[in-house]
Design a protein around this ligand. Structure first.
Ligand code: WQD
Length: 338
């Protein structure tokens, strides 16, 4: 069966995508440097998946390590590239580390694809490339903003690198711009692993609900929105994962040539307070919160126009907010107490 290379395949979105690739009948080759993931996720994936899953601990910033994987797998049908450092605030403190890691790994991947004649690449991008769009829902024709963080800059730069490489190489790239992925696999055996205090909203909600955190701070209540808190587009990670299977299939079938960006969101926007209320309604739990100052770097409101994902990939999200938040809660309950 066709083999797909998944870089960063032990991470949050990568691991969920591996389950969907396997379900679609692909064999999967995962490379990961374990900087933001755990090896026991591999055992869980092998438990969840029927297809072959091969793993290599690889530092993609070392070209020879990456090439060795391509040499061992000469028939790769395509690559899904998740591997990246992705903590927005950490990127502000460590910009050079973020540029070197996220750009070198991508440049090395392009070189390996050219050398070993792999022409189909799905790239993990982000709605962060839009900054605060003029028009919402935002579509892929919106201008690329000045990044709010080095992390955001690396996503913008990697898209540019792929776009230029596609012009001169036999390379076709679908760049999937995620909005806010949340939730966990229905088995609750994989999900978004937290290392220390959560940065993102939904893990903070679930940790507050379970008692790990005293109170949730709502960062900003004076925005120009329904209730003053920020609006985002939250989407089940399994919907995101399924879109990656559709995207790699589209490329393998030769339906996309060159570089093409595609939004992956629910197409709807919720405020922070609406998310808290929705979580409480979905679980019957209460989430104590306080209104706090705005968080630097946050945009006020953004949610996706997903018409292109539907027309190009034949994809649309199928999981509603209640199901998604419940999956996050079930995952939280399986995490260690401390
Ligand atoms: C969502 C909203 C916060 C925590 C990030 C990345 C983005 C993409 C998705 C990768 C904001 C508010 C949060 C809290 C809060 N990731 N909030 N209290 O910042 O929209 O996007 O994840 O591609 O690149 O930046 O997600 O979950 O951090 O915040 O009020 O304790 O929740 O202010 O309005 P964000 P988030």
């Amino acid at each position: 069966m066709s083999e797909i290379l998944v870089t960063g395949g032990l991470g949050y979105i990568g691991s969920h995508t591996v389950t969907c690739l396997s379900e679609a009948g692909y064999d999967v080759v995962i490379i990961d440097n374990l900087s933001n993931s755990m090896l026991d996720t591999l055992d869980t994936l092998r438990e969840l998946c029927s297809g072959t899953i091969t793993f290599y601990e690889v530092e993609m910033c070392r070209q020879e390590e990456l090439n060795a994987v391509f040499e061992k797998h000469p028939n790769l049908a395509g690559v899904i590239h998740f591997a990246a450092l992705l903590q927005v605030n950490e990127s502000v403190q460590q910009p050079v580390r973020y540029y070197r890691n996220n750009l070198d790994s991508t440049l090395n991947l392009i070189d390996a694809c050219a050398q070993f004649k792999v022409s189909s690449v799905v790239f993990s991008s982000s709605c962060t490339v839009y900054g605060q769009p003029e028009m919402i829902p935002v579509d892929e024709s919106a201008p690329i903003a000045e990044a709010e963080s080095p992390y955001g800059s690396t996503k913008i730069m990697c898209e540019r690198i792929f776009r230029d490489a596609c012009e001169v190489l036999n390379l076709n790239v679908l760049s999937l711009r995620y909005f806010n992925p949340i939730g966990a696999h229905p088995s609750a055996k994989i999900g978004e692993v937290q290392h220390g205090e959560p940065h993102h909203l939904v893990p903070y909600i679930t940790e507050t609900a379970i008692g790990k955190r005293e109170v949730l701070k709502v960062f900003g209540s004076d925005y120009d929105t329904r209730d003053g808190s920020c609006i985002r587009d939250y989407i089940h990670v399994m919907d995101i994962a399924e879109a990656h299977v559709a995207a790699i299939g589209n490329l393998i079938d030769g339906k996309t040539t060159g570089f093409d960006p595609i939004n992956l969101g629910s197409g709807t926007g919720q405020t922070v307070i609406e998310m808290i209320t929705a979580f409480e309604a979905a679980t019957g739990l209460s989430v104590p919160y306080v209104l706090a100052d705005r968080r630097p770097g946050d945009v006020e409101k953004v949610y996706a126009n997903i018409g292109k994902a539907t027309s190009v990939l034949g994809w649309r999200p199928t999981r509603g907010l209640e199901e998604t938040l419940k999956s996050a809660w079930v995952w939280e309950q399986r995490q260690p107490a401390n």
